[in-house]
Design a protein around this ligand. Structure first.
Ligand code: HEM
Length: 137
């Protein structure tokens, strides 16, 4: 187990780490984003699956919803917390299980690039979507 992994599990590592503050903030971020995601994701799932119902879901409904900046910001929060919570969780696993430093850097580069690029595209779409563009029929 890596030193950071041991520290996270509360055992065998009591020297101050050079990344101590980053790990502390990342620990808090995981707890806070985890709690927020329970509400954001649960609301999102209940709304689209139970209240609207996937059979009634359409591009027009999404477009109408996105005329309201509140729902865009709600989704910016949802996508940001979901992706960053998942990315940090993946970082924990990579650091614990990918033992060779070269392979660890390679895996992290691929995972970080994919996740951060998806997050950037998602946030860009939410912030720049124009609901007034005429529909193509
Ligand atoms: C069957 C399950 C799901 C359905 C039917 C569904 C449906 C939808 C719909 C209709 C939209 C666009 C309208 C809007 O809410 O603004 C959307 C967007 C979105 N959903 Fe879901 N969703 C599901 C599961 C999830 C889950 C589990 C998550 C994350 C934990 C999630 C995260 C998001 C995000 C972040 C967006 C905004 C995407 C963007 O950046 O453009 N969804 N979803």
């Amino acid at each position: 187990m890596s030193a950071r992994g041991a520290a996270r599990r509360g055992g065998g590592y009591d020297r101050p780490s050079p990344r101590g503050n980053f790990e502390l903030w990342s620990w808090f971020f995981m707890r806070i984003s985890g709690v927020l995601l329970m509400f954001l994701a649960l609301y999102h799932l209940l709304w689209w699956n139970l209240i609207v119902g996937v059979h009634h879901l359409s591009a027009d409904m999404v477009r109408e919803r996105w005329t309201n900046p509140f729902w865009r910001l709600f989704n910016v929060a949802l996508i940001s917390f979901a992706m960053l919570h998942g990315l940090n969780g993946a970082r924990y696993s990579i650091e614990d299980y990918v033992r060779s430093p070269g392979a660890r850097t390679a895996v992290k580069t691929v995972v970080y690039t994919l996740v951060l690029a998806s997050l950037a595209i998602g946030v860009y779409a939410l912030l720049t979507f124009n609901p007034d563009i005429p529909r193509i029929r």
